[in-house]
Each structure stands twice: as structure tokens, then as C-alpha cells.
Ligand binder design. Structure first.
Ligand code: GDP
Length: 139
């Protein structure tokens, strides 16, 4: 069953480049309601845990090192058909292939530093949201 929720992170590159405000503006302008929001930093250990599903991929170590290189913004978002709608809003994993007007096309520079994360399923949105937020941090 769809929960109409997704999980996102504004990644270290977008935070460092001063895009937090613009990205949150794009997200709320697209009709997503913020359920939970946190400015934080992942340790290498926590980043490794979050991306454990990619452990076998050749870029896993680069990904973990990048995601723990600086602060991030984590959020749970709500909208009808949230997973698909949010993936549309952020664009393709490789910003060079991301559609015009998408967050990755506007704010990302490369496939590794690609500005933003969006969950790929309801199940993962639940797991990822639980990774960052307790029940009483959601409104
Ligand atoms: P997403 O769901 O669009 O984020 O893409 P994936 O689940 O396939 O990959 C997770 C994350 O790993 C991406 O958002 C990128 O930050 C990173 N990533 C994917 N492919 C590569 C790659 O070829 N090299 C590096 N360094 N990072 C990658």
C-alpha cells in the first residue's frame, strides 16, 4: 500500500554550494508537505549503513566518503504518489541526463555529487525515514 510519503537528503555538494533554500523552495512549490526536517552530518559509519544496499557497487567507497564529507538536510515529504512524483522532480541520477528544470539538472554537477536523494520505493522511504527520525519528530 502506498503511504504517499518519500524520504530525501539534500547532499553535501548542494549544501556546500548554498542551495538548501532553493531546493526546499522547489520541493514545497511542487506540492510536497514537510513532515520532518533535520540539518545533520553523517559519520562514515552511518553513511555506509545507509547505503549498505550498494556495498557491492564499485563506487560504494566514494559514495560513503562523499556522503559523510559535510552536512546534509534530511526530510520526510508527503504528496499523493510521492515516490514517483519526487523522482520526477529530482531528475535522472546522472545530472547530464536529468530533464530541464529538475533539481539535479539545476543544482548538480556530476553523477557522484548529484545534489539530492529520493527514495525509490515505499518500503525504502519507510526504512530511510526511520533511519533519521523518531516518531515524535514527525508532524
Ligand atoms: P538514485 O536512486 O538516483 O540516487 O541512484 P542509485 O540508487 O543508482 O545510486 C545511489 C547514489 O550513488 C547516486 O545518487 C549517486 O550519488 C551515487 N552513484 C551512482 N552511480 C555512481 C557512479 O557511477 N559513481 C559514483 N561515484 N557515484 C555514483
Amino acid at each position: 500500500m502506498s503511504t504517499n510519503r518519500t524520504f530525501t537528503m539534500i547532499k553535501p555538494d548542494a549544501v556546500a554550494n548554498g542551495h538548501i533554500g532553493s531546493i526546499i523552495n522547489d520541493i514545497t512549490h511542487a506540492g510536497f508537505k514537510i513532515i520532518a526536517l533535520k540539518y545533520t552530518k553523517l559519520s562514515a559509519e552511518k553513511a555506509g549503513e545507509f547505503y549498505a544496499i550498494h556495498k557491492a557497487r564499485p563506487f560504494y567507497h566514494d559514495l560513503v566518503s562523499f556522503m559523510s564529507s559535510g552536512p546534509i538536510v534530511a526530510a520526510i515529504l508527503e504528496k499523493e504518489n510521492a515516490i514517483e512524483e519526487f523522482r520526477k522532480l529530482i531528475g535522472a541520477t546522472n545530472p547530464a541526463e536529468a530533464a530541464e528544470g529538475t533539481i539535479r539538472q539545476k543544482y548538480a554537477k556530476s553523477i557522484d555529487a548529484n545534489a539530492i536523494h529520493g527514495s525509490d520505493s515505499d518500503e525504502n522511504a519507510q526504512i530511510e525515514g526511520d533511519f533519521f527520525f523518531t516518531a515524535d519528530e514527525r508532524f
